[in-house]
Design a binder for this molecule. Structure first.
Ligand code: DC
Length: 228
């Protein structure tokens, strides 16, 4: 069977990464979390006081950034490496979430991210999740999925996840952050979040993880069989 490219795009906290990771494990494909790349760049900018509006500082900083994934197929993990440092836990921090959309909207950051993601897809056999993967990174991907969920469900899911790490976090903070990121991600000039015209929509508001995985895998298997 010829390997294909599967893209998963959608708003923040729709469960895209969880689904993409599970699909990759079942299909024996490589999972790539493109959001982790923008988060790692944001962490670098925060540490080095890079203003995302200062294009010359941004361009210089990007020459100092090397991104990689420490991929462990057996454990099903894919940890983000920033200049060889494992930053997987740090990039999930609220501070990074507060700044990532602004950083990801910068045109040089986007060109940097998109070029690296396209390189990772050369061998196919990947499941990549993000915001512009089916529209800009891989417009010819064989299977595109646009994941959605009710905003109330998304806030609750994200709140539960963050509460485990930070007992002082409030549901309002989480809601504000999701709304802000969705707004910036959808309205930025360069490769905004859009549903690709040929994407299949998966609304997981009322689905269990197992049910959404079964549905997405049925689409994948159907597409792989057609393209083989
Ligand atoms: O998927 P995530 O929530 O970890 O992504 C973090 C941010 O990165 C998100 O708010 C927007 C940005 N992003 C992007 O602009 N393009 C992508 N392909 C993936 C993420």
């Amino acid at each position: 069977m010829r390997p294909i490219i599967i893209t998963l795009d959608g708003y923040s906290s729709c469960g895209k990464s969880t689904l993409a990771k599970a699909m990759a494990r079942e299909l024996n494909y490589v999972f790539i979390d493109s959001g982790a790349m923008y988060r790692a760049i944001t962490l670098y900018f925060l540490r080095h006081h890079i203003d995302p509006k200062d294009n010359s500082a941004v361009r210089q900083a990007l020459t100092e950034i090397n991104l990689d994934f420490d991929y462990n197929a057996e454990q099903g993990t894919s940890d983000m490496l920033l200049n060889d440092e494992n930053v997987e836990a740090l990039i999930r921090d609220m501070l990074v979430s507060e700044h990532v959309s602004e950083v990801a909207a910068n045109e040089y950051v986007r060109a940097f991210g998109v070029a690296q993601q396209q390189k990772m897809g050369l061998k196919k056999g990947i499941v990549m999740d993000g915001r512009d993967i089916g529209t800009t990174v891989f417009p010819a991907a064989e299977l595109k999925i646009f994941v959605t969920a009710d905003p109330v469900v998304r806030v609750e899911r994200r709140f539960k996840e963050l509460l485990a790490k930070n007992p002082r976090i409030t549901i309002e903070e989480v809601k504000d952050n999701l709304e802000m990121r969705d707004y910036i991600d959808s309205n930025r000039e360069f490769s905004p979040l859009r549903q690709a015209a040929d994407a299949k929509v998966l609304d997981n508001s009322q689905l269990t993880r197992e049910e959404q995985l079964a549905l997405a895998l049925s689409w994948a298997q159907e597409t792989i069989a057609q393209k083989a």
